[in-house]
Design a protein around this ligand. Structure first.
Ligand code: PMP
Length: 334
């Protein structure tokens, strides 16, 4: 029964934002949908000025963070250009690079999953690297990029440095203040995670004004709908409720971590809304399959060598989390 499936594999929010949907109902009669949206998306940028403390000239609004990555790669990557990825990380960095004919240089993370910044710097300088992708905090490992590391990197390299901050609302470790000083830094954000709007598809890029002008030449002029913009702007007018959701998710995450640890399941420290769990050899795929049979979908990471015994679990509502953890503990002890 498809309606009984519960998904814990997409790192989205368990809260459907009723309040902004109600607001949309009231707005429907006023929407003029036979005309295009304002292609500069000025209203939402003005609201983001308050949220980010940056200027509206430092922003490009996009159809989700994935479109940010797509526009960035189209702007900065040409055939045979080299791109560094701190691996394992979000798979779309590789995909947008390869679509543009770029070549991936994977730099393995250290044992604690932190970025190997010294090596990234060394290879960037030796190999004439065009672009570096970092993820702060990283999906699927959950750890932050260290601020000192990113500053060290930006002081040494001239190439484009992209930092994907899709989960920053949970980590509160943003590098957005650095875009004034470092013209080659580009930050990627989304409304899909803490803001509960994954189905609405809104993201944004933060960067130096010159970079923004380049990106604006490449981006599609009308990839956002008036309805998406309305919902995203409504969320920005209600940040107290977002903050409440974030706090609830973090409280739940800490509680879940505790229970898992108590039951001898290894979890990695995470600054996101998901937990990376590691099981004893050859157990995780079986646990994943048994959970699927019960309609509980987690992310199986066994195709990644470093994470071959790992599952990723997105924090949901308390009762659902309890159900998943109870099953996991049972299967792990079996
Ligand atoms: N970046 C990272 C690190 C992600 O985990 C995700 C979502 N899985 C995205 C970007 C894409 O988000 P969006 O829904 O905004 O396209």
């Amino acid at each position: 029964d498809i309606n009984k499936i519960k998904r814990f594999d997409t790192n989205t929010s368990p809260y459907n934002p009723e309040y902004v949907l109600d607001k949309l109902k009231g707005e429907l009669n006023n929407l003029i949908v036979n005309q295009y949206p304002d292609t500069s998306y000025l209203d939402i940028r003005e609201k983001l000025v308050k949220y980010t403390s940056l200027k509206k000239e430092n922003m490009v609004i996009t159809c989700g963070a994935d479109e940010c990555l797509d526009i960035i790669s189209k702007t900065f990557i040409s055939d045979k250009d080299k791109a560094i990825i701190s691996t394992p990380t979000y798979s779309y960095f590789r995909i947008v690079t390869e679509i543009m004919g770029g070549q991936i240089i994977n730099i393995d993370r250290k044992n604690d999953f932190s970025d190997d910044i010294e090596k990234i710097i060394k290879i960037t300088l030796e190999e004439n690297v065009k672009i570096i992708f970092l993820c702060n905090p990283n999906n699927p490992t959950g750890n932050n990029v260290e601020k000192n590391d990113v500053i060290k990197l930006l002081n040494k390299v001239n190439c484009t440095v992209v930092v994907d901050e899709a989960y920053d609302e949970f980590a509160k470790n943003t590098f957005s203040k650095l875009i004034d000083k470092y013209k080659n830094l580009i930050i990627v954000r989304t409304f899909s995670k803490a803001f509960s709007l994954a189905g609405v598809r809104v993201g944004y890029i933060l960067a130096n004004e010159n970079t923004i002008n380049l990106l604006n030449k490449i981006r599609p002029p009308n990839s956002l709908s008036k309805i998406s913009l309305f919902l995203a702007e409504s969320i920005l007018e209600n940040l107290e409720i977002v903050e409440k959701w974030i706090n609830e998710i973090i409280t739940e995450k800490n509680r879940c971590e505790e229970i898992l640890k108590r039951n001898n399941i290894r979890t990695y420290k995470t600054n996101t809304n998901f937990i990376l769990m590691e099981f004893e050899k050859n157990k995780s795929q079986n646990i994943h399959k048994k959970l699927l049979n019960k309609g509980l979908v987690l992310r199986d990471l066994s195709s990644i060598e470093r994470l071959k015994n790992c599952l990723r679990f997105t924090i949901g509502l308390k009762d659902d989390n309890n159900q998943v953890i109870e099953e996991i503990v049972k299967l792990n002890n079996y």
